[in-house]
Design a protein around this ligand. Structure first.
Ligand code: ADP
Length: 187
């Protein structure tokens, strides 16, 4: 099963990944986590990425692409039963690059799960979370970047017939139940 989790920052994608991995046996490639690990280890990549992350801007694509290629390579080596992507793709260029990468290995996406959560709920969640990049100014910028660059992917994947919407409010369990209802169809 090859899926992409799509949704605004704070829409709850990361919260659901463990349960999805456990049930369907597919590992997560989460670009935000990969980037934070590079920053924590103070690698050259991390040093390059940090200012963009601190500002809530997208890290330039050439920095992110290598990480994704690496992640997919590792999954192929591990013979994993597919994957779930969290935080990637984040704009049209990334979506097209992902399509090309997956076409090349003959493993197209099965579906894109879009987490629907309204704006006010999201701001409240992000302010409550307290990660280093969760201050008010950065949050505002990340939401702006999401609206401008990532939200157009809803249309992109709808046109490809891949988009499935899941209401992202309610308890974690209730959201997980809605996700299972969608994924069980293709599992
Ligand atoms: P959130 O979903 O709350 O925004 P993430 O962990 O997905 O958190 O992302 C945190 C930051 O990492 C982003 O604001 C951005 O700077 C960077 N980032 C993550 N994924 C990507 C990506 N695919 N392309 C560019 N930058 C990214």
């Amino acid at each position: 099963m090859r899926i992409v989790l799509l949704g605004a920052p704070g829409s709850g994608k990361g919260t659901q990944t463990d349960a999805i991995t456990e049930r369907y046996g597919i590992p997560t490639v989460a670009t935000g986590d990969l980037l934070r690990a590079e920053v924590a280890a103070n690698t050259e990549l991390g040093q390059q990425a940090k200012p963009y992350m601190d500002a809530g801007d997208l890290v330039p694509f050439d920095i992110v692409l290598g990480m994704i290629e690496n992640g997919l390579k590792k999954l192929a080596e591990a013979n994993s039963n597919g994957f779930m992507m969290d935080g990637f793709p984040r704009d049209l260029a990334q979506a097209e690059a992902l399509d090309q990468l997956l076409d090349k290995i003959n493993q197209p996406l099965d579906l894109v799960l879009f987490f629907e959560v309204d704006y006010e709920e999201i701001v409240g969640r992000l302010l409550g979370r307290g990660r280093a990049d969760d201050n008010e100014e950065t949050i505002r910028n990340r939401l702006r970047v999401y609206e401008e660059k990532t939200a157009p992917l809803i249309e992109y994947y709808t046109r490809k017939g891949l988009l499935r919407k899941v209401k992202g409010t309610g308890t974690i369990d209730a959201i997980g139940e809605r996700i299972r209802a969608v994924l069980d169809e293709i599992a």
